[in-house]
Design a protein. Structure first.
Length: 968
RNA sequence: GCCGGGAUGGCGGAAUUGGCAGACGCAAAGGACUUAAAAUCCUUUGAGGGUAUCCUCGUGCGGGUUCAAGUCCCGCUCCCGGCACCA
């Protein structure tokens, strides 16, 4: 380490005064003000804008510091950078806070915005504040309403009935997130379902496009792409129409039209509209009771997947169009009204759920798809073993298991006939055996009955009952088989095998079956191939105050009409205290005049989902100060798509899907020239911290816990890592860190602590490490300011040797690495590590005997420049101290000299029999040529010694990598 | 259940295209400075053995491919996330 001559007078790293000096500098200089009309290469960086809920913690900081690092580097690259910020300010928490404090939601929101802005300033995180948007202000939501009207005019916004959760105690509609554990989050009352007419956006029109265009998003994380795929949930199948005992037919969606012949019953969702018509008088009470229970159960919560199947027979029947069989119609809550048509054809032999249901309620199960693995099992109960059975089975040489209960034979498809023959001819009188898998049959002494139809199912049950006598309870053949040990895995499968027991389609191979049946359905006019999506239309109506009012007017004479553009925005009424009510409860709000006939009319009293506000804000930033139009088409086309979008993975589905949908919709309408809003997406991980919890008194602040005991009851507290949140009392306040160590230290540690896409634990020790590094950096440069004065940074690398040459190479290698890590790899932790390595080498070099002044200058300049995006305050200060007069942001990002990357002599590891045994230095030229490299290595004394007296089998020489020698 | 992602020293993590495992930082131990402590600086630090120059083992587990595997293939275990009775 350097021994500075004037140690006692050395200036200490006074981060407070340094950071105060530069805190306003960058924004005052306008470095972060993007010129909309600029023609240089642009870079639109965007962080997901926050909901202003209170002060931000160090975990939030991670998000914005990433953006600040990237944009500072891009500015130095000479790009026209746009990094705007705004507030996703509508929503429930503000409304709740307003209710709690008896203030207006805006009061709460405004205060939080001020706090957050000050926090950004303290972090040194810069935005183009001239473009700030706040979704709850009329100059923004005017355009949210404009967007609604555009969608309405293009048929993409429509009204229909939907169920909401209504809390009778609070006398208000609850948002889904207000229903916690099946009860109102505030009063604990179970909510009641209520049907209201509500607005929807027709996102399903874009389902296929939203799915297809995921392929375009090459620079999105795979997991987000997958989540969106799952959410859209495309599945290919067919719609099939079943006639019924009521007048109306039942239409079902199935992904397996090839299993139609096995559809032995139908199941409707309890709330399916046809239930009423199909229900017979005898069943009416039972059906009503079940419907009631289902309605309540769905409100209480989705139960786990593996709960027992329940359901009730309606008394009505449908007709299977494939084989004319009567299929009883049931209702059950495992069929969802919200997917497909709300009705299914149940194929119990090839669907686990239908199988369980059929078994429980005694409905016939007929296999119609062959096994693809050819496995089969035949069971002969001990009582059915005739005298010759054992010998006969031995004779055909099949594997079998014997137990007290009987013999379980394992034939393959080829042995089936021989096996059945052997069993049948050796059955004891009045007994039977069974076979399942590649073939389903009951083997009676005088007959073999295949389980191939509902009739044969009945016949089998009758004959078995006769032979068994009293105690026989099975209602179906499959029920008999289900009770035989060892059979269960062969009774139901969902593979695509050849069709069997399916009339003229029997024998159709599995890879064609779906298609051929679909075509046949279409020919017969009883169905057709259909694509179904899990994605539903987007319900945007909210019965709340704190949101953008839906700009629709209802007139008794003229019907429904949008508010004319000139009358936008429809402002939220300014009322003192809102409480739990919606707009309908505010006197005077609904009253308006009809835009068509000027007669009295009513306003829509709902507000829009806050996801609508955030589904287009990235467009508004381009022309946010334009009061006359939402955006300028040319400007928006130039600046978008967003080059880099960064935010939490919790928005991987809804926000990103809605933003993509709105972009596509606006593009279709001709408002935009692009149809994907975000070219590149990055989702950062959360910052976790220890949280303390007492089983009795809940979450505790760390300072409350002494000797891991609860301060109130003395009980031992549980500790675990959780992402920082106020409710878990484990947030780290950046103000405290900044006060103690400075913003640069927080920034450096935040970027250094781990890969940015992963969750990570905040560590107090880590912070001190970052602080120590900045102190070392400060001390080294400040104590060497004299040596740097008036030196030109142009290095003549020719005469450099030894440590000098090594440092020179390190400087250039580090520039390359840090550039790639920041701009391409999103690997800030390794960029910081590389800078630390450069610093360590620089320190050692300075402490040495010979110091090349130009090299020192170049190294220090480069170090300060490439570190500056991470720690802008200290770097800006040092930059001035070492004699520069311009701001760092006016400097070009340093470039590396390619010739500096390669060393003159390179150390080549030598493996002998797979283990590294030596390292040989060879010249660069030698290393480039495999032959020369091999020769040089074999000739080296160290290697010679190692392989002496051994036979060389093989030598692999890979230039730039290593040499591997195989000896014996 | 299905779909993603992950597992590397005491800890956070690095190894970018199959090529020297453990960069960088933290923590710990020893030393220097100090009356002392803190701060700072120096040294050591995957495990085991020889204690020198070196050898053996080692990236969740079990196999495999290869001159060479944290990295590729097959089969598991555990953890995290998403979806979940989706027909």
């Amino acid at each position: 380490m350097v021994e500075p001559h004037s140690d006692k007078h050395r200036e200490l790293y006074d981060f407070k005064s340094i950071e105060d000096r530069w805190r306003n500098f960058w924004s005052e200089q306008g470095f972060f003000r993007a010129r909309t009309e600029a023609t240089e290469d642009k870079f639109y960086y965007l962080n997901m804008f926050p909901y202003p809920s209170g002060s931000l913690h160090v975990g939030h900081g991670r998000n914005y510091i990433i953006g600040d690092v990237i944009t500072r580097a891009k500015i130095m690259r000479g790009l026209q950078v746009l990094n705007p910020m705004g507030w996703d300010a509508f929503g429930l928490p503000a409304e709740n806070a307003a209710i709690e404090h008896e203030t207006h939601p805006w009061t709460f929101t405004k205060k939080n915005i001020e706090i957050a802005k000050e926090q950004f300033r303290n972090w040194g995180v810069q935005f183009d504040w001239d473009r700030e948007v706040t979704t709850c202000l009329p100059d923004y939501y005017k355009w949210t309403q404009w967007l609604f009207i555009q969608l309405y005019k293009h048929g993409l916004a429509y009204k229909k009935k939907a169920t909401v959760n209504y809390c009778p105690t609070c006398d208000t509609v609850l948002a889904n997130e207000q229903v916690v554990g099946g009860a109102c989050e505030r009063c604990g009352t179970p909510p009641q379902p209520r049907d209201l007419k509500q607005w929807f956006f027709k996102i399903t029109d874009f389902a296929q496009q939203l799915l297809d265009d995921l392929d375009k998003l090459e620079k999105w994380p795979d997991n987000v792409i997958k989540m969106q795929e799952n959410w859209i949930g495309r599945s290919e199948g067919a719609k099939v129409v079943f006639t019924t005992t009521a007048d109306d037919p039942i239409t079902v969606f199935t992904t397996r039209p090839d299993t139609l012949w096995g559809a032995t019953f139908m199941v409707l969702a309890p709330e399916h509209p046809l239930v009423d018509k199909l229900t017979t008088e005898e069943q009416r009470d039972a059906i009503a009771e079940y419907q009631d229970m289902a309605a309540r159960a769905s409100a209480i919560e989705r139960m786990s997947t593996d709960r027992e199947k329940t359901g009730v027979f309606t008394g009505g029947y449908a007709v299977n169009p494939a084989n004319g069989e009567k299929a009883p119609v049931w209702i059950a809550d495992y069929v969802l009204m919200t997917y497909g048509t709300g009705a299914i054809m149940a194929v119990p032999a090839h669907d686990e759920r239908d199988y369980a249901f059929a078994l429980k309620f005694g409905l016939p199960i007929i296999p119609v798809i062959d096994r693809i693995d050819d496995r089969a099992k035949a069971f002969v109960p001990t009582a059915a073993m005739g005298s010759g059975m054992a010998a006969a089975l031995d004779a055909i040489d099949l594997p079998y298991h014997r137990s007290d209960a009987g013999v379980l034979v394992l034939p393959t498809r080829a042995d089936l006939d021989a096996g059945i023959d052997a069993i049948q001819s050796n059955l004891a009188p009045n007994s039977y055996a069974t076979i399942v898998g590649a073939r389903f049959a009951f083997i009676f002494p005088d007959d073999v009955i295949e389980l191939d139809s509902v009739q044969s199912d009945r016949e089998i049950v009758l004959r078995s009952a006769l032979l068994t006598g009293s105690g026989f309870t099975a209602r179906t053949a499959m029920e008999i088989l289900h009770n035989i040990e060892g059979y269960s895995e062969l009774l139901c499968h969902a593979e695509y095998g050849s069709m069997v027991n399916s009339g003229q389609f029997t024998g159709t191979p599995g890879d064609r079956a779906k298609l051929e049946v679909s075509e046949w359905l279409e020919e017969k006019g009883i169905g057709r191939a259909t694509v179904n999506f899990r994605l539903h239309d987007w319900l945007i109506s909210r019965q709340r105050y704190w949101g953008a009012p839906i700009p629709i007017i209802y007139c008794d004479q003229c019907g429904m009409a949008p508010v004319p553009d000139a009358e936008l925005p429809v402002k939220l009424p300014e009322v003192e205290f809102i409480g739990k009510m919606g707009l309908g409860d505010i006197p005077g709000f609904v009253d308006t005049v009809c835009p068509t006939c000027a007669g009295p009319a009513r306003r829509d009293t709902d507000t829009m989902d806050t996801f609508v506000d955030s589904s287009w804000y990235f467009l508004r930033f381009i022309n946010s100060q334009d009061a006359d139009k939402v955006f300028d088409r040319d400007d928006v086309d130039h600046w978008l798509p967003v080059d880099q979008y960064v935010g939490g993975v919790e928005h991987a589905i809804l926000h990103l899907l809605y933003a993509r949908f709105i972009t596509k919709a606006l593009c279709n309408m001709g408002h935009l020239g692009f149809d994907e809003p975000f070219a590149r997406l990055f989702t950062q991980g959360m910052v976790c911290h220890t949280a303390y919890r007492c089983s009795e008194h809940g979450w505790l602040f760390p300072h409350e816990v002494k000797d891991s005991a609860c301060p109130r009851c003395g009980k031992e507290v549980e500790t675990d890592y959780f992402s920082m949140s106020k409710s878990k009392k484990n947030v780290v306040n950046p103000a405290k860190i900044i006060d103690q160590y400075g913003a640069d230290t927080e920034r450096l540690y935040t970027m250094f602590m781990g890969p940015p896409d992963r969750d990570i634990e905040w560590s107090e020790e880590g912070i001190r490490g970052a602080f120590r590094f900045l102190n070392r950096l400060w001390n080294l440069i400040i104590t060497n300011v004299d040596r740097l004065a008036d030196v030109d940074a142009t290095v003549d690398s020719g005469p450099l040797a030894g440590d000098g040459a090594a440092l020179w190479r390190r400087v250039h290698r580090t520039i390359k690495k840090v550039s790639e890590d920041i701009e391409d790899r999103f690997s800030f932790n390794t960029a910081v590590a590389a800078i630390m390595e450069l610093f360590n080498e620089l320190s050692a070099y300075i402490a040495g005997d010979e110091v090349d002044a130009a090299l020192l200058r170049q190294a220090v300049d480069a170090l300060v420049l490439i570190l500056s995006p991470f720690t802008p305050f200290i770097c800006e200060e040092l930059w001035q101290r070492i004699g520069h007069t311009d701001s760092i942001l006016e400097q070009a990002w340093p470039t590396f000299n390619a010739s500096a990357l390669a060393e003159e002599t390179i150390e080549v590891p030598v493996q002998i029999n797979g283990k590294v045994r030596a390292r040989i230095r060879v010249a660069r030229a030698t290393n480039a040529d495999p032959k020369a490299l091999e020769a040089a290595v074999l000739a080296s004394p160290e290697v010679e010694k190692r392989i002496e007296g051994k036979e060389i089998i093989k030598v692999i020489a890979i230039p730039e990598k290593m040499v591997s020698i195989v000896v014996r």
